[in-house]
Design a protein around this ligand. Structure first.
Ligand SMILES: [Zn+2]
Length: 233
């Protein structure tokens, strides 16, 4: 691979090379096609370009790609586009693996899920500073959802701890996320790395799961068990 390839990788796209935003290193770069298979089309809706008749069985193609920058592997799925040309056309690759945007539990308020999804989008696009800012917005959203609207985030998080909504360890997580989010929101000449952004988003996700999913599940579990056992004699 020569330097020109980095300068304009698109011109090198062919059947053995595809340009993709690498979900591992964040670079939009050429990926080498390591393997390819065409899947049974049952149940796949037709994709048709304007003005052409639907084709009965559009095909799905799976391709295993290797990033030319970080050498990690990614699996993509494409659908065949039906047109009258003699050359094959496929849709842009949709990343199947690694799973880069797992959907959060529906018990988490939709507004917070949306903030998290935007954070993941920043991460995928290599906008790591912006991803950390989204983490801070998630924390603010959590406090607001629980009715804490003090002047500062520090006050809100402390109030949540005092009312027993989060314990000491979770408060420490949240305060750390708050600090990194603050750093990202102001110009400091400090570059945010992918690892920091990825871990901050994971911690924010764990916090959401704890508050809206596991705490509720545990209460339900306790209630069911209390009903089964019945009142103490
Ligand atoms: Zn890569």
């Amino acid at each position: 691979m020569n330097e020109d390839e980095y300068a304009d990788p698109w011109q090198y796209t062919d059947k053995d090379n595809i340009v993709l935003n690498c979900p591992h290193c964040g670079f939009k770069i050429l990926h080498r096609v390591m393997g390819s298979t065409i899947d049974d089309p049952v149940g796949v809706p037709s994709l048709v370009l304007d003005g052409y008749e639907p084709f009965a069985d559009p095909l799905r193609r799976f391709q295993l790609l290797k990033c030319r920058n970080c050498c990690e592997f990614t699996l993509i799925r494409q659908q065949k586009i039906v047109d009258t040309s003699t050359t094959e056309h496929w849709t842009e690759g949709e990343i199947v693996w690694p799973v880069i945007n797992p959907s959060l539990n529906v018990r988490i308020p939709s507004g917070l899920r949306r903030e998290h999804a935007e954070g993941m989008l920043c991460l995928r696009s290599g906008a790591y500073t912006a991803a950390l800012v989204m983490v801070r917005r998630i924390l603010e959203g959590v406090c607001s959802q629980f009715g804490f609207n003090n002047k500062t985030l520090v006050q809100n998080l402390s109030a949540m701890e005092q009312q027993g909504l989060i314990d000491g360890r979770l408060l420490e997580w949240a305060q750390t996320l708050r600090v990194v989010g603050n750093t990202a929101a102001h110009y400091t000449n400090h570059q945010v790395g992918r690892e920091d952004a990825e871990e901050a988003l994971s911690l924010a996700e764990a916090l959401l799961e704890y508050l809206y999913v596991f705490s509720v599940q545990f209460e339900e579990f306790k209630k069911r068990n209390a009903e089964k056992i019945g009142p103490k004699p």
